[in-house]
Design a protein around this ligand. Structure first.
Ligand code: OOG
Ligand code: MG
Length: 263
């Protein structure tokens, strides 16, 4: 059940999307709407998505967020969330990311699943995900909460498309049968210094569990993950703040590396 009116949902979607497009901070929306519900929060996110599609942007994937203990502890939020990825979020491997277009970006080491079959919840489990997966590729997400000081609660962050802003996909793919997704190691470096390390199991015990949870969360709204979907599973380690001029490289066990530069 929602408590906001249709016009309040639309106004909050415009409010948060403008903050994204023009790169400025806003106060978290639950300060002004303390009675808003999770359904309201997702309605706002889906309204932002609808507005982008109406303007001609394409939705190119989905992401899970707050799926690892490292992230939940870092953000003080104890349940995963999801968001969508728009076409202009995608940055080529080795490319430049314009820091001025963002507010206070952080980077995250992730993996992405590409599906060959649809996943439609409820009741999707790891086995369904592994069967429906075409291949896995490494990915780096750049997140940028529109909220002041990167502080929020779960409802506010869901409405803000779970802080989504940019992502980089690596070029080396693998079949799930050829990977040990639990022990798959990641090493994140900024300006040549190791800043985070982790392994796949940090994400809900197994990266495929994150994709299953997404399919099941989408089922609440009658949505599914169609064949061909690109899904980022959520950060394996804590996110790390990046400044203008920073170079990053993330190494993935058996899947090569991804790099980029903030300019
Ligand atoms: C919310 C989004 C988190 C992840 O991978 O955990 C996320 C945030 O921390 O701002 O993308
Ligand atoms: Mg993420």
């Amino acid at each position: 059940m929602g408590t906001l009116t249709k016009s309040q949902i639309e106004e909050l979607a415009i409010h948060l999307e403008n903050a994204e497009l023009e790169a400025y901070e806003v106060t978290k929306i639950t300060d002004d709407f303390p009675n808003m519900t999770y359904e309201d929060a997702f309605d706002i996110q889906w309204e932002i998505r609808r507005r982008k599609e109406e303007r001609g942007n394409k939705i190119v994937g989905m992401k899970m967020g707050l799926t690892s203990w490292a992230k939940m502890a870092q953000m003080g939020v104890e349940h995963p969330c999801y968001g969508f990825l728009a076409d202009y979020f995608s940055v080529p491997d080795g490319g430049e990311i314009k820091h001025d277009e963002l507010i206070h970006p952080k980077i995250e080491a992730e993996l992405a699943f590409v599906l060959k079959d649809e996943l439609k919840g409820p009741g999707i489990h790891i086995g369904d995900v592994l069967r429906a997966t075409d291949f896995v590729v490494p990915a780096v997400e750049v997140i940028d909460s529109r909220y002041k000081d990167f502080k929020f609660d779960l409802k506010s962050v869901i409405a803000d498309n779970s802080s989504s802003t940019r992502f980089v996909t690596g070029g080396r793919m693998a079949n799930v049968a050829d990977l040990d997704l639990k022990t798959l190691g990641v090493v994140m470096e900024i300006n040549g210094e190791v800043v985070q390390t982790g392994a796949g199991a940090a994400v809900l015990g197994h990266p495929a569990a994150s994709v299953a949870m997404l399919a099941n969360m989408l089922a609440d709204r009658g949505e599914s993950l169609p064949a061909g979907s690109f899904i980022m599973i959520g950060a394996i380690t804590a996110a790390v703040q990046v400044n203008k001029g920073d170079n990053f490289t993330v190494h993935y066990q058996g899947l090569g590396s991804i790099g980029g530069k903030f300019v």
